[in-house]
Design a protein around this ligand. Sequence first.
Ligand code: NAD
Ligand code: AHE
Ligand code: ZN
Length: 368
Amino acid sequence: MKTSAAIAWKAGQPLTIEQVDLAGPKSGEVLVEIKATGICHTDYYTLSGADPEGLFPTILGHEGAGVVVDIGPNVKSLRKGDHVIPLYTPECRECKFCLSKKTNLCQAIRSTQGKGLMPDSTSRFSIDGKPLFHYMGTSTFSNYTVVPEIALAKIREDAPFDKVCYIGCGVTTGLGAVIYTAKVEAGANVAVFGLGGIGLNVIQGARMVGADKIIGIDINPEREAMARKFGMTHFINPNDAPNIVDAVVQLTDGGADYSFECIGNTKIMRQALECTHKGWGRSIIIGVAEAGAEISTRPFQLVTGRKWEGSAFGGARGRTDVPKIVDWYMEGKIDIDSLITHTLPLDKINDGFDLMKSGESIRSVVIY
Ligand code: NAD
Ligand code: AHE
Ligand code: ZN
């Protein structure tokens, strides 16, 4: 079939909207009509050329929601008409990683996914007979996409696509880092570095679990009002308080119990670790840094009890946890609507990237 898609031909160039060819689903695969997709900072990161796995030409996008329109042979858990959210972190429930229960990082299709291909090492997308790479196994910047069954969460049918698409990455990453990765307890003090589409969901998660002080740090003063609405109790702008570590330590009587880096800046990752409490502080890296970047600190920071950790997709097991997060939204337990500041048609998708870069948007959503 033909489908409209935004193609990233080369790093650093705007996307172009074109009609591409999409082959039907093979064994274990599902054809999905994407109804809406968010634009995440990671799409920009890969488009910029900073992602060591970045391959071109490709169809980016990993924050979508849509409807199953066809299934390939051997698909058991989904049928036509089901509403779904594609998962860049699948959940096969059979690999060593899934069975361990210690991680959400299912590895069943990771190697082909990282090469921009479907599990049989081929692409379903092409243009003028030349293959296009898939991206993160999802490629939601295409109106129709093919996704492995294990990388689709089935969701309730009354959930609005233009809102719950954001659960495909940003909402789950932020809430999940608090709830599933860090397991923040009521009364804890939390510091959140970067109050964008991810950090504001970390703040929302910290409020949900009953954190005491929730300190937000961002160079964009416009972020303060929205972060307070989501539960932030204290705001620090690094341009006004050059020593962020001291500022957090003073506010929290010795350091934050938990900190979250939601920027992708290795210097800030160090500050996030060092502002946590001696003896038990835990710092969770969420931000994705550019190819070749390294983190550093004095080992004594770790010897004296701080822990440096990371979180991918909020530690969520997608097929199990994403439908629950959709329920939380539908029951009014979490706010998604306020964070979706812009909606755009596909042919304006480059404006969504510009709005993110300028700090004007929190999340832009493309509606097909
Ligand atoms: P975003 O662009 O919406 O937000 C980034 C925020 O950081 C902005 O508010 C910006 O003003 C702020 N910021 C930038 N530099 C700063 C600095 N020096 N000090 C303080 N604040 C600063 O991005 P996002 O969509 O929220 O994504 C954030 C990061 O998380 C990105 O690196 C993205 O790739 C990554 N990410 C990781 C996962 C994961 O599973 N680990 C999932 C999604 C996104
Ligand atoms: N090269 C990666 C993208 C970079 C990355 O680190 N991705 C994060 C998710 S960011 C979502 O916005 C991740 O979870 N990685 C886990 C993994 O196994 O790669 C890619 O996916 O192409
Ligand atoms: Zn993302």
